[in-house]
Design a binder for this molecule. Structure first.
Ligand SMILES: Nc1ncnc2c1ncn2[C@@H]1O[C@H](COP(=O)(O)OP(=O)(O)O)[C@@H](O)[C@H]1O
Ligand SMILES: Nc1ccn([C@H]2C[C@H](O)[C@@H](COP(=O)(O)OP(=O)(O)O)O2)c(=O)n1
Ligand SMILES: [Mg+2]
Length: 236
Protein backbone atom coordinates (compact mmCIF):
# COMPACT_ATOMS: atom_id res chain seq x y z
CA UNK A 1 0.00 0.00 0.00
CA UNK A 2 1.47 3.34 -1.01
CA UNK A 3 2.48 5.65 1.82
CA UNK A 4 0.26 8.71 1.95
CA UNK A 5 1.52 12.10 2.97
CA UNK A 6 -0.59 14.90 4.31
CA UNK A 7 -1.68 16.72 1.26
CA UNK A 8 0.42 19.78 0.79
CA UNK A 9 -1.44 22.91 1.78
CA UNK A 10 -1.55 25.04 -1.26
CA UNK A 11 0.83 27.95 -1.00
CA UNK A 12 -1.07 29.61 -3.80
CA UNK A 13 -2.59 32.86 -2.64
CA UNK A 14 -4.48 34.59 -5.40
CA UNK A 15 -7.93 36.19 -5.42
CA UNK A 16 -10.91 34.16 -6.53
CA UNK A 17 -11.57 36.66 -9.31
CA UNK A 18 -8.03 36.45 -10.62
CA UNK A 19 -8.22 32.67 -10.67
CA UNK A 20 -11.60 32.68 -12.34
CA UNK A 21 -10.33 35.08 -14.97
CA UNK A 22 -7.28 32.90 -15.49
CA UNK A 23 -9.40 29.78 -15.94
CA UNK A 24 -11.87 31.54 -18.24
CA UNK A 25 -9.01 32.87 -20.31
CA UNK A 26 -7.41 29.45 -20.57
CA UNK A 27 -10.70 27.75 -21.32
CA UNK A 28 -11.64 30.37 -23.92
CA UNK A 29 -8.29 30.13 -25.67
CA UNK A 30 -8.30 26.34 -25.48
CA UNK A 31 -11.76 25.86 -26.87
CA UNK A 32 -12.66 28.79 -29.14
CA UNK A 33 -9.73 31.23 -29.31
CA UNK A 34 -12.14 33.95 -30.33
CA UNK A 35 -9.95 36.71 -28.98
CA UNK A 36 -6.79 35.30 -30.53
CA UNK A 37 -8.63 34.56 -33.76
CA UNK A 38 -9.78 38.17 -33.89
CA UNK A 39 -6.18 39.25 -33.48
CA UNK A 40 -5.15 36.70 -36.07
CA UNK A 41 -2.79 35.15 -33.51
CA UNK A 42 -3.84 31.51 -33.62
CA UNK A 43 -6.33 29.41 -35.54
CA UNK A 44 -9.70 28.89 -33.80
CA UNK A 45 -9.96 25.75 -31.67
CA UNK A 46 -13.22 23.93 -32.20
CA UNK A 47 -12.24 20.82 -30.23
CA UNK A 48 -12.43 20.23 -26.50
CA UNK A 49 -8.94 19.73 -25.05
CA UNK A 50 -7.88 16.12 -24.40
CA UNK A 51 -5.35 16.09 -21.58
CA UNK A 52 -3.04 13.21 -20.64
CA UNK A 53 -0.76 13.41 -17.61
CA UNK A 54 2.40 11.30 -18.03
CA UNK A 55 3.76 10.16 -14.68
CA UNK A 56 6.55 7.93 -13.40
CA UNK A 57 9.84 8.18 -11.55
CA UNK A 58 12.99 9.79 -12.95
CA UNK A 59 14.29 7.61 -15.78
CA UNK A 60 11.09 5.57 -16.12
CA UNK A 61 10.87 6.47 -19.81
CA UNK A 62 8.20 9.20 -19.85
CA UNK A 63 9.95 11.43 -22.39
CA UNK A 64 10.90 8.52 -24.65
CA UNK A 65 7.34 7.21 -24.79
CA UNK A 66 5.91 10.72 -25.27
CA UNK A 67 7.95 11.02 -28.48
CA UNK A 68 6.33 7.82 -29.77
CA UNK A 69 2.84 8.98 -28.77
CA UNK A 70 3.41 12.30 -30.59
CA UNK A 71 4.63 10.49 -33.72
CA UNK A 72 1.72 8.02 -33.71
CA UNK A 73 -1.23 10.02 -32.40
CA UNK A 74 -0.31 13.67 -33.02
CA UNK A 75 -0.36 15.04 -29.46
CA UNK A 76 1.44 18.20 -28.30
CA UNK A 77 4.21 17.15 -25.85
CA UNK A 78 4.56 19.56 -22.94
CA UNK A 79 7.44 18.43 -20.68
CA UNK A 80 7.25 20.28 -17.37
CA UNK A 81 10.95 19.62 -16.85
CA UNK A 82 11.87 21.02 -20.27
CA UNK A 83 9.76 24.14 -19.64
CA UNK A 84 11.55 24.66 -16.33
CA UNK A 85 14.97 24.11 -17.91
CA UNK A 86 14.04 26.68 -20.56
CA UNK A 87 13.29 29.16 -17.75
CA UNK A 88 16.72 28.49 -16.26
CA UNK A 89 18.40 29.00 -19.64
CA UNK A 90 16.48 32.25 -20.20
CA UNK A 91 17.86 33.60 -16.90
CA UNK A 92 14.32 34.64 -15.96
CA UNK A 93 13.44 35.95 -12.48
CA UNK A 94 12.55 32.41 -11.39
CA UNK A 95 15.50 30.79 -13.16
CA UNK A 96 17.93 30.69 -10.23
CA UNK A 97 15.29 29.35 -7.84
CA UNK A 98 14.31 26.66 -10.34
CA UNK A 99 17.94 25.62 -10.85
CA UNK A 100 18.59 25.30 -7.12
CA UNK A 101 15.35 23.38 -6.62
CA UNK A 102 16.16 20.92 -9.42
CA UNK A 103 19.73 20.44 -8.18
CA UNK A 104 18.31 19.43 -4.79
CA UNK A 105 15.89 16.99 -6.42
CA UNK A 106 12.96 18.98 -5.04
CA UNK A 107 9.74 20.21 -6.69
CA UNK A 108 9.37 23.79 -7.96
CA UNK A 109 6.42 25.80 -6.54
CA UNK A 110 3.31 24.81 -8.48
CA UNK A 111 2.28 28.34 -9.46
CA UNK A 112 5.49 28.66 -11.51
CA UNK A 113 5.15 25.31 -13.28
CA UNK A 114 1.41 25.57 -13.95
CA UNK A 115 1.76 29.04 -15.47
CA UNK A 116 4.42 27.72 -17.87
CA UNK A 117 2.18 24.83 -18.89
CA UNK A 118 -0.83 27.16 -19.23
CA UNK A 119 1.04 29.47 -21.60
CA UNK A 120 2.14 26.56 -23.82
CA UNK A 121 -1.42 25.19 -23.98
CA UNK A 122 -2.84 28.58 -24.94
CA UNK A 123 -0.25 29.10 -27.67
CA UNK A 124 -0.60 25.61 -29.10
CA UNK A 125 -2.76 24.95 -32.15
CA UNK A 126 -3.31 21.39 -30.89
CA UNK A 127 -6.19 20.24 -28.68
CA UNK A 128 -4.45 17.03 -27.55
CA UNK A 129 -1.83 17.47 -24.84
CA UNK A 130 0.69 15.14 -23.21
CA UNK A 131 1.77 16.85 -19.98
CA UNK A 132 4.98 15.02 -19.14
CA UNK A 133 6.29 14.84 -15.57
CA UNK A 134 3.28 16.59 -14.11
CA UNK A 135 1.63 16.58 -11.56
CA UNK A 136 4.41 15.44 -9.23
CA UNK A 137 2.69 16.52 -5.99
CA UNK A 138 -0.78 17.06 -4.55
CA UNK A 139 -0.06 20.80 -4.74
CA UNK A 140 0.75 20.44 -8.47
CA UNK A 141 -2.52 18.60 -9.02
CA UNK A 142 -4.69 21.05 -7.07
CA UNK A 143 -3.02 24.09 -8.67
CA UNK A 144 -3.57 22.76 -12.19
CA UNK A 145 -7.28 22.20 -11.51
CA UNK A 146 -7.61 25.61 -9.85
CA UNK A 147 -5.71 27.61 -12.50
CA UNK A 148 -6.49 25.70 -15.69
CA UNK A 149 -9.90 24.54 -14.51
CA UNK A 150 -9.92 21.07 -16.06
CA UNK A 151 -9.04 17.53 -15.02
CA UNK A 152 -7.06 15.06 -17.16
CA UNK A 153 -8.83 12.57 -19.42
CA UNK A 154 -6.06 9.97 -19.06
CA UNK A 155 -3.18 9.48 -16.62
CA UNK A 156 -0.28 7.24 -17.68
CA UNK A 157 2.03 5.75 -15.05
CA UNK A 158 5.31 4.22 -16.25
CA UNK A 159 6.07 1.79 -13.44
CA UNK A 160 9.80 1.05 -13.37
CA UNK A 161 12.03 -0.61 -10.71
CA UNK A 162 14.27 1.90 -8.92
CA UNK A 163 17.54 0.20 -9.90
CA UNK A 164 16.54 0.41 -13.59
CA UNK A 165 15.62 4.10 -13.24
CA UNK A 166 18.98 4.86 -11.61
CA UNK A 167 20.85 3.00 -14.36
CA UNK A 168 18.96 4.85 -17.12
CA UNK A 169 19.38 8.30 -15.55
CA UNK A 170 23.12 7.80 -14.99
CA UNK A 171 23.46 6.79 -18.66
CA UNK A 172 21.23 9.58 -20.00
CA UNK A 173 24.10 11.87 -21.04
CA UNK A 174 22.00 14.99 -21.52
CA UNK A 175 24.26 17.14 -19.37
CA UNK A 176 21.53 17.67 -16.76
CA UNK A 177 22.44 18.98 -13.31
CA UNK A 178 20.09 16.42 -11.73
CA UNK A 179 21.43 13.32 -13.48
CA UNK A 180 23.88 12.26 -10.76
CA UNK A 181 23.71 9.59 -8.04
CA UNK A 182 23.27 12.04 -5.14
CA UNK A 183 20.39 13.92 -6.77
CA UNK A 184 18.66 10.83 -8.19
CA UNK A 185 18.48 9.36 -4.69
CA UNK A 186 16.75 12.55 -3.45
CA UNK A 187 14.41 12.50 -6.45
CA UNK A 188 13.42 8.91 -5.79
CA UNK A 189 12.58 9.78 -2.18
CA UNK A 190 10.45 12.70 -3.42
CA UNK A 191 8.77 10.41 -5.95
CA UNK A 192 7.87 7.85 -3.28
CA UNK A 193 6.64 10.43 -0.75
CA UNK A 194 4.89 12.99 -2.95
CA UNK A 195 4.26 11.60 -6.44
CA UNK A 196 2.97 8.10 -5.70
CA UNK A 197 0.02 9.51 -3.68
CA UNK A 198 -0.99 11.53 -6.78
CA UNK A 199 -0.81 8.36 -8.90
CA UNK A 200 -2.96 6.64 -6.27
CA UNK A 201 -5.46 9.52 -6.44
CA UNK A 202 -6.02 8.99 -10.16
CA UNK A 203 -6.13 5.21 -9.74
CA UNK A 204 -8.98 5.61 -7.25
CA UNK A 205 -10.79 7.75 -9.83
CA UNK A 206 -10.42 5.20 -12.59
CA UNK A 207 -8.25 7.42 -14.80
CA UNK A 208 -4.92 5.60 -14.35
CA UNK A 209 -3.25 3.33 -16.91
CA UNK A 210 -0.21 1.59 -15.45
CA UNK A 211 2.47 0.50 -17.93
CA UNK A 212 5.24 -1.95 -16.97
CA UNK A 213 8.20 0.19 -18.04
CA UNK A 214 10.69 -2.67 -18.42
CA UNK A 215 11.75 -4.09 -21.81
CA UNK A 216 12.62 -2.35 -25.06
CA UNK A 217 11.15 1.05 -25.91
CA UNK A 218 9.03 -0.58 -28.61
CA UNK A 219 7.77 -3.34 -26.29
CA UNK A 220 6.70 -0.70 -23.79
CA UNK A 221 5.02 1.38 -26.50
CA UNK A 222 2.95 -1.66 -27.48
CA UNK A 223 1.30 -1.34 -24.04
CA UNK A 224 0.69 2.38 -24.68
CA UNK A 225 -0.64 2.20 -28.24
CA UNK A 226 -4.04 0.58 -27.50
CA UNK A 227 -4.79 3.17 -24.80
CA UNK A 228 -4.75 6.02 -27.31
CA UNK A 229 -6.14 3.96 -30.19
CA UNK A 230 -9.29 3.50 -28.11
CA UNK A 231 -9.77 7.27 -27.87
CA UNK A 232 -8.89 8.14 -31.49
CA UNK A 233 -12.44 8.02 -32.82
CA UNK A 234 -13.81 10.41 -30.19
CA UNK A 235 -10.80 12.68 -29.69
CA UNK A 236 -9.86 13.23 -33.32
N1 LIG B 1 12.84 0.90 -22.39
C1 LIG B 1 14.05 1.48 -22.19
N2 LIG B 1 15.13 0.70 -22.00
C2 LIG B 1 16.34 1.26 -21.78
N3 LIG B 1 16.58 2.61 -21.76
C3 LIG B 1 15.51 3.42 -21.93
C4 LIG B 1 14.20 2.91 -22.15
N4 LIG B 1 13.36 3.97 -22.30
C5 LIG B 1 14.12 5.09 -22.16
N5 LIG B 1 15.41 4.76 -21.96
C6 LIG B 1 16.55 5.66 -21.75
O1 LIG B 1 16.55 5.97 -20.37
C7 LIG B 1 16.83 7.38 -20.17
C8 LIG B 1 15.63 8.02 -19.49
O2 LIG B 1 14.54 8.02 -20.40
P1 LIG B 1 13.53 9.26 -20.38
O3 LIG B 1 12.53 9.04 -21.47
O4 LIG B 1 14.31 10.53 -20.39
O5 LIG B 1 12.82 9.06 -18.96
P2 LIG B 1 12.08 10.12 -18.03
O6 LIG B 1 11.56 11.23 -18.90
O7 LIG B 1 10.97 9.33 -17.37
O8 LIG B 1 13.10 10.58 -17.04
C9 LIG B 1 17.10 7.95 -21.55
O9 LIG B 1 18.49 7.96 -21.78
C10 LIG B 1 16.41 6.98 -22.49
O10 LIG B 1 17.04 6.92 -23.77
N1 LIG C 1 5.96 19.06 -12.15
C1 LIG C 1 7.30 19.22 -12.09
C2 LIG C 1 8.15 18.59 -13.05
C3 LIG C 1 9.53 18.73 -12.91
N2 LIG C 1 10.01 19.49 -11.89
C4 LIG C 1 11.46 19.64 -11.69
C5 LIG C 1 11.92 18.62 -10.64
C6 LIG C 1 12.37 17.49 -11.50
O1 LIG C 1 13.29 16.63 -10.84
C7 LIG C 1 13.03 18.22 -12.65
C8 LIG C 1 13.20 17.43 -13.90
O2 LIG C 1 11.91 17.01 -14.33
P1 LIG C 1 11.85 16.02 -15.61
O3 LIG C 1 10.40 15.60 -15.77
O4 LIG C 1 12.53 16.63 -16.76
O5 LIG C 1 12.70 14.79 -15.04
P2 LIG C 1 12.75 13.29 -15.61
O6 LIG C 1 12.52 13.39 -17.08
O7 LIG C 1 11.66 12.54 -14.88
O8 LIG C 1 14.12 12.82 -15.23
O9 LIG C 1 12.17 19.35 -12.88
C9 LIG C 1 9.17 20.12 -10.96
O10 LIG C 1 9.65 20.80 -10.03
N3 LIG C 1 7.82 19.98 -11.08
MG1 LIG D 1 11.72 13.19 -18.80
Amino acid sequence: MWRRVASLSSSISSSFLAQTASRLNTWESLTTGIAQQAKGVIAPKEKTPFITFVLGGPGSGKGTQCIKIVETFGFAHLSAGDLLRREIASKSADGAMILNTIKEGKIVPSQVTVKLIQKEMELSDNHKFLIDGFPRTEENRVSFERIIGVEPNVVLFFDCPEEEMVKRVLNRNEGRVDDNLETIKKRLTVFQALSLPVINYYSERGKLYTIKAIGTEDEIFEQVRPIFAAFEQTVG
